[in-house]
Design a protein around this ligand. Structure first.
Ligand SMILES: CC(C)(COP(=O)(O)OP(=O)(O)OC[C@H]1O[C@@H](n2cnc3c(N)ncnc32)[C@H](O)[C@@H]1OP(=O)(O)O)[C@@H](O)C(=O)NCCC(=O)NCCS
Length: 181
């Protein structure tokens, strides 16, 4: 953190809204930058336009949510949820993704986006949300824990990128108190 306490103090007015088709290239650029430069995504190669269109379509289906964070009108990041696993029995659980552009991190914007995403999921009757985070991604682990996720599992050396083993940390939040589905 630097001298600024909040994203508003650091940058300006924050507006969180649903994604629209015109956001696709900007969100793709934010995501692909991470793919190329960090282990926050497990992808090795940037997603092609066709693959990104597929991802976007999947995350803007009727039962999905894709939120965009604008700061002073500039699209600075996104948060979404999609399938956790595709088999029918996992239907009541979703998995989130959250990515901010460099320069917009560490001032509470991720917290605002993730809180809103969790609220949207609750409204839609989602029972549980999972985050699958690289073991050394302290910012993401901290973010999810601060929004109420609890560590639910850790898989050591389950993957690799940039010539290094990567651990996977699974975090989960249960969103309602239903005794049965
Ligand atoms: C992970 C990410 C979404 C977090 O959003 P953010 O706006 O930077 O996080 P916030 O400022 O809202 O901080 C959330 C919490 O994490 C902590 N945190 C933020 N950055 C941190 C860091 N680098 N190291 C340790 N803790 C950190 C904050 O102190 C805060 O904790 P608190 O609520 O207990 O005070 C953002 O950093 C990002 O986009 N990173 C690159 C992509 C990525 O890793 N995506 C997640 C893939 S699973």
């Amino acid at each position: 953190m630097d001298e600024f306490e909040t994203i508003a103090e650091a940058h300006g007015r924050v507006h969180i809204r649903y994604a629209v088709a015109a956001d696709q290239p900007v969100l793709q650029a934010i995501f692909n930058h991470e793919v190329a430069h960090s282990t926050s995504s497990w992808e090795w190669l940037p997603l092609s336009n066709e693959d990104w269109r597929g991802w976007f379509r999947e995350h803007t289906r009727d039962d999905r949510v894709l939120l965009v964070a604008e700061v002073d009108g500039h699209v600075a990041g996104f948060a979404a949820y999609g399938s956790f696993r595709t088999k029918a029995g996992y239907a009541s659980t979703v998995e989130d993704s959250i990515f901010l552009e460099e320069g917009y991190r560490g001032h509470g914007l991720g917290t605002r986006l993730l809180r809103q995403l969790v609220a949207e999921a609750k409204l839609r009757g989602v029972h549980s949300m999972v985050a699958a985070v690289t073991g050394d991604n302290t910012a993401s682990i901290h973010l999810h824990q601060s929004v109420g996720f609890r560590e639910a599992g850790r898989l050591p050396q389950i993957g690799h990128k940039f010539g290094r083993w990567m651990d996977l940390v699974l975090l989960q939040i249960i969103l309602d108190a239903r005794q049965a589905p």
